[in-house]
Structures are given as structure tokens and as C-alpha cells.
Design a binder for this molecule. Structure first.
Ligand SMILES: [Zn+2]
Length: 430
């Protein structure tokens, strides 16, 4: 497999050195993008210039790429001969039509480097044993990438994959992992299961958490995160990426937002009109992954909402950090004039230990959104209902519909057999 040129110390270099490197990598990236039919005409002038460096500011004048562009003409993004493709993954599109991302051997080597540099940042070492509790196949990239990354660190992987808590518990008892990669709410379930069986986990050095945020809007650990810490006696690190951006934003040991390797991607936060926002301002996360060969993308709109922080990090990396994913841009709700994302409701409900499950339903009428929340409680009392109503009102500053529902009924609606993640937000708006 062709080795990807690694610059794993670049994040610690002076800001000017990082900028210079990024500009050189961006020039190469634009030339590679121009090899694909989709970008050929847009970039023909830039790629012909053969400049060794292109100022990062140039990026702001280049077009954005959306999921809809990928859906419309997926193969137009292929920038290499089809015979160079070594792995194809599938991700769900905006209209339900799946899209494909194609990786070359070099891209797979890049994926391994991307995850390895992230995992090393949260303290993973050669002697570690890494339990993977995420989907390893079904055309997803994440599990495969974590596996490659942990092995590139020099650790041993334990590919337990999608499994019941009982299955993972016996693997843990037999193989003694030191790191676990998984969805935080599932790791809580697994941790509780181990404690209930009287086999509290020992020797875990870190939990690498995917798919759900660990911190609230203000970077404070959520109730779920605090419980994870107690259950596993280990820190939880958040990591975020996708099959399109193939650049991971993974928390370092400071646990203060995710750093991305500066040689692997350029991140921007944009407002609704596509204008760049300042540090700390909330908007859509847009990433230009660098060094991709198969399907290189330019300014890919993730549809996820977040913000960047550039205050110095105690780990010494000079790269900005990405805060928690606050929601999907398309999921923004405007209820009685107040704007918020479903994640804000999740945060409020996760903060109440008596809440066992929940499901949000958004509907709209004449342009106004309505939100209804179904909640199941460990113990349903009038005081508990009052506490729930007050917590939601305090967090959202607007009253939303609320029903108490049986947990078993709710779980059937949240955990659908065809989905790998629990679905707690149903968008029924027109
Ligand atoms: Zn850091």
C-alpha cells in the first residue's frame, strides 16, 4: 500500500509554518480536484497555474460542494482511473438516495494516518488493546477507519463490532481492552450492564466516543459523559468525521474540543448565506479534506452545526478545536419565535437521570414549527412531570408539547432495525 506522507508533528509547529504547509497542500489538492469532471471547469484556471502555493483566502472564492451535488452526479467526482479504487463506501443522501465515496490505496493509507494521529492525541499507545463496538461492515467507513487507525498506532484491535451488551461483556472479560470505541449512550448501557453483573470494568484508559456529543453548547460535560466517567473510571474523548470529509476532529487529553490534523483538512464555519464566521460563532461546518486522491472534495458542506475555538490548548497543538455538534442545519427549529436544535432538547433530557428514553417530533403549519416530546420515566409522578417541564422550559425558553409514554413502546420507535444509531428526532415538517 502506498504510504501517505505523514506530518504528525505539524500541529505543534508555529502557526506560520502550519499555514505555509496548508497552502502547499491546498495547491496540490486543487490540482487533484481538477482531475474530476465535476471540478474540471471550475478549477481549470487555478490548476493550470501550477503554483506551488495558493493562499488559503482563495478558498473563500471557490464554490461549496453539497451532498446534493454528490447525489446528482456521484461519478463525476472520481478523480482517478476507476481501476485505482480499492474501497467503496455508501452513505445516506439527503433524499434517501445513497451516495458512494471511493478510496484508492493511498486514501486508505491516509485514513489510517488520520485516525492514528487522532488516537495518539488522546493517549493511545502501542501496548493498548482497542475494543471496537461500532459497525465494521455494511459499507460504512467509520469502523474500518478506526480499525486501521488503532493498528497504525501499533495497538491490537478487538473487532467485536455490532453486538449485544452480553457479547461485548464476555469479550471484555476475556481480552481486557484498554480503549473502547463506540456510541456514548451504548457505552453507558454496556457500563451499567457490567456493574449490574458485579464485574466493574478495570484497566480502561479511554473511551473514544462517536455519533453523539459529549459536551453541551458551553463545553461542559453532559450528564451522560459524567456517568461514563464513573462507570468506566476513564476519560471520554469525542471524535467527529464522515465518509466525505475523511478528516477526524478528535479530542486530545485536554478534552476541550476536537483537533484535526492540519495536513489533512481545512475547516471553515459558514453562516446560512455561505459567509465565513469568526471563531466561536455557530454555523455550518465546511471541510476541504487535503491529500485525497479518489474523490477529492472542495469545501464540503457537512450540514452539521458547530463552532471553532482557538484559545491555546494545554496539549500544545496550535490547531483550532471544534466544539460539540449542535445539530443538523436542516433540523433547526423555530418554535414560537425561538430558534434551537434538537440537540438542545437532548441535552436537557440527558441531564435528568429519571428520563429513560425520549423521542422528538417536529411538525409545521403555515411556516411555524411545533415540537412534541415523548418521554419515558423510571418513575412517573406529578413532581417528576413538573421537574421535566421546568427543565425543558429553562433550557428552551419556550413551552413544547410533552407526553409521558411507556418505555418499551418508545424504544421500538427509537431503535429501528434498519438503522445503526438510535433515532430520537423525527422531522415531519413539510
Ligand atoms: Zn489539545
Amino acid at each position: 500500500m502506498p504510504a501517505y506522507p505523514q506530518q504528525s508533528r505539524l500541529a505543534f509547529a508555529p502557526i506560520e509554518t502550519i499555514r505555509l504547509q496548508k497552502e502547499m497542500l491546498l495547491a496540490q489538492h486543487l490540482q487533484q480536484c481538477a482531475q474530476s469532471p465535476f471540478y474540471a471547469s471550475t478549477l481549470s484556471k487555478l490548476s493550470r497555474s501550477k503554483r506551488k502555493r495558493i493562499s488559503l483566502e482563495v478558498l473563500q472564492d471557490l464554490p461549496l460542494t453539497s451532498k446534493a451535488d454528490l447525489e446528482r452526479d456521484n461519478m463525476a467526482f472520481l478523480a482517478v482511473d476507476v481501476n485505482k479504487v480499492r474501497d467503496i463506501v455508501q452513505s445516506s443522501g439527503t433524499t434517501g438516495l445513497p451516495t458512494q465515496m471511493m478510496y484508492t490505496a493511498r486514501d486508505i493509507s491516509r485514513l489510517a494516518y488520520n485516525e492514528a494521529v487522532s488516537f495518539k492525541g488522546c493517549g493511545m499507545k502501542r501496548a493498548d488493546r482497542v475494543l471496537l463496538t461500532c459497525t465494521m461492515d455494511r459499507c460504512f467507513v467509520a469502523g474500518y477507519a478506526y480499525c486501521l487507525g488503532a493498528q497504525a498506532v501499533g495497538s491490537a484491535t478487538i473487532r467485536s463490532g455490532l453486538n449485544l451488551v452480553e457479547g461485548h461483556a464476555s469479550v471484555i472479560g476475556l481480552m481486557h481492552p484498554t480503549f473502547i470505541v463506540g456510541v456514548p449512550s451504548f457505552l453507558r448501557k454496556l457500563g451499567r450492564h457490567l456493574h449490574e453483573r458485579g464485574v466493574a470494568p478495570k484497566g480502561i484508559r479511554g473511551l473514544i466516543c462517536i455519533g453523539e456529543p459529549l459536551r453541551d453548547t458551553w463545553m461542559k460535560p453532559t450528564a451522560l459523559t459524567e456517568e461514563l466517567g464513573q462507570l468506566w473510571s476513564a476519560p471520554a474523548f469525542s471524535t467527529y468525521s464522515s465518509s466525505e470529509i475523511v478528516t477526524s476532529f478528535c479530542e486530545c487529553e485536554a478534552q476541550q474540543g476536537g483537533h484535526a490534523a492540519p495536513d489533512l483538512g481545512i475547516v471553515e464555519i459558514l453562516d446560512k448565506k455561505g459567509r465565513p464566521l469568526k471563531m466561536g460563532e455557530t454555523g455550518e461546518i465546511v471541510v476541504t479534506p487535503l491529500g485525497v486522491e479518489g474523490m477529492p472534495l472542495l469545501r464540503f458542506r457537512t450540514g452539521d452545526i458547530g463552532y471553532l475555538m482557538d484559545e491555546p490548548c494545554s496539549c500544545g497543538r496550535k490547531t483550532p478545536r471544534l466544539g460539540p455538534i449542535l445539530g443538523r442545519s436542516a433540523q433547526m427549529l423555530k418554535v414560537k419565535g425561538t430558534t434551537f436544535y434538537p440537540a438542545t432538547v437532548f441535552e436537557a433530557l440527558n441531564g435528568i437521570p429519571e428520563v429513560t428514553e425520549y423521542l422528538l417530533r417536529a411538525t409545521s403549519h403555515l411556516g411555524a414549527d411545533t415540537l412534541h416530546v415523548d418521554v419515558s420515566l423510571a418513575k412517573d409522578t406529578p413532581e417528576m412531570r413538573q421537574k421535566l417541564e421546568s427543565a425543558l422550559l429553562a433550557r428552551l425558553r419556550v413551552r413544547v408539547g410533552l407526553s409521558i409514554v411507556d418505555e418499551a413502546i418508545l424504544r421500538k420507535q427509537v431503535y429501528l432495525p434498519q438503522s445503526r444509531k438510535p433515532i430520537r428526532f423525527l422531522d415531519l415538517r413539510k
